[in-house]
Write a protein that binds this ligand. Structure first.
Ligand code: PMP
Length: 361
């Protein structure tokens, strides 16, 4: 018998069991082709069906119309940090960023490396990124406004959209993509590393408004141009075919089993409430993010000492859980409760936390 644990890893992370089972069933013979998806040509009819199905399902889930194009680009979200200023910065115009954590800081660094006129128009750094800053002034002349919906390391999340005051809004949704409905019309570009909420690692998922493609300058490398990937339906070169196939299966699960992103959000709110309510009632555990900035996806918390945190993580593994150690840069503990993490897993975690507190508190 296969033993599955409660997986709270931050990414790569838990995938829905029906998705893994379908992959297992398809592995030796994908729908009568006599081979697996990882063995077939990315130019084959079968793969063309796989990629187009993934795109169509994603667009339906997002409510994205034909002004938007879905792209799969390797290099993860970190490659997008570089591609965005390279493609979307307008000559002589600034690029605006809101800095709410470690990952936006890295996005800012990549724009600066390219010599862009970067304006960090707001930051929550002075309080260790424990909240989402809402005070900012966008330069109406800016090429775009970049922000990060969910701060994976610090456990904070935007509950609303920032107002880009007329300039295109660009967003890193790596750690909360499709955890709730998204008003795509507000965005010039959305990107997400696949490995948290929608698939395995190996590709970024990009949704770009087609007029943004007109900004790509001539003099940058072919593979770093959005236009290259857009013209070829993400098949300019060999794509991360297994990742795209798995994303397609996750899209099917979201559509057919969950019933869309509004339902997904309800489930995610229920899961997060179970965990935060428990933490708030306890005097042993302490949440690190301001309450009005808390993330539905990454729940960060501390115990009374680092020794107890180490013991907590060790014992959680013995109890059949994984991934509860906080990011090495901030310490503490973190439970990532992405779409595929069940309410039973969250309840299991809360029972374990209650027992640990009884023993050690
Ligand atoms: N942005 C956010 C919000 C992230 O959480 C991460 C990864 N943890 C990244 C970007 C970087 O993603 P990748 O590893 O795909 O480059």
């Amino acid at each position: 018998m296969t033993k599955r644990i409660f997986n709270f890893n931050a990414g790569p992370a838990a995938l829905p069991l029906p998705v893994l089972e379908e992959i297992q069933a398809d592995l030796l013979d994908y729908k009568g082709t006599g081979m697996s998806v990882i063995e077939m040509s990315h130019r084959s009819k079968a793969f063309e069906g796989i990629i187009n199905d993934a795109i169509e399902r994603a667009k339906r889930l997002l409510g994205a119309d034909d002004n938007y194009q879905v792209l799969f680009i390797q290099g993860g979200a970190s490659m997008q940090f570089a591609m965005i200023p390279m493609n979307l910065a307008l000559p002589g115009k600034p690029v605006d960023y809101i800095d709410t954590g470690t990952w936006p800081t890295k996005a800012i660094k990549e724009a600066k490396i390219q010599g862009k006129d970067v304006r960090v128009i707001a930051s929550s750094k002075e309080r260790n990124y424990s909240y989402i800053t809402k005070e900012y002034n966008v330069d109406k002349d800016a090429s775009y406004l970049h922000y990060t919906t969910n701060n994976t390391i610090e456990g904070t999340q935007w509950s609303d959209y920032p107002d880009p005051q007329g300039v295109p809004l660009v967003c890193d949704m790596s750690s909360d993509f499709m955890c709730r409905p998204i008003d795509v019309k507000r965005f010039g570009l959305i990107y997400a590393g696949a490995q948290k909420n929608i698939g395995p690692s190996g590709s970024a998922f990009v949704v770009i408004r087609k007029d943004m493609l007109e900004r790509t300058p001539e003099g940058i490398p072919t593979m770093l141009k959005y236009t290259t990937h857009a013209k070829e339906n993400s098949l300019y070169n060999t794509p991360a075919s297994f990742v795209i196939y798995t994303i397609g299966l996750v899209m099917k699960w979201l559509e057919e089993t969950i019933g869309g992103l509004a339902n997904m959000e309800k489930i995610n709110i229920e899961k997060a409430n179970v965990l935060y309510d428990f933490i708030d009632k306890s005097s042993f555990y302490r949440g690190t993010a301001d309450k009005d900035s808390r993330s539905l996806m990454n729940v960060t918390f501390r115990l009374p000492s680092e020794e107890l945190e180490d013991k907590f993580v060790k014992e959680s593994k013995k109890a059949g859980m994984d991934g509860l150690k906080g990011h090495r840069s901030v310490g503490g503990c973190r439970a990532s409760i992405y779409n595929a993490v069940s309410i039973d897993a969250v309840k299991g975690l809360v029972s374990f936390m209650a027992e640990f507190e009884k023993k050690e508190g």
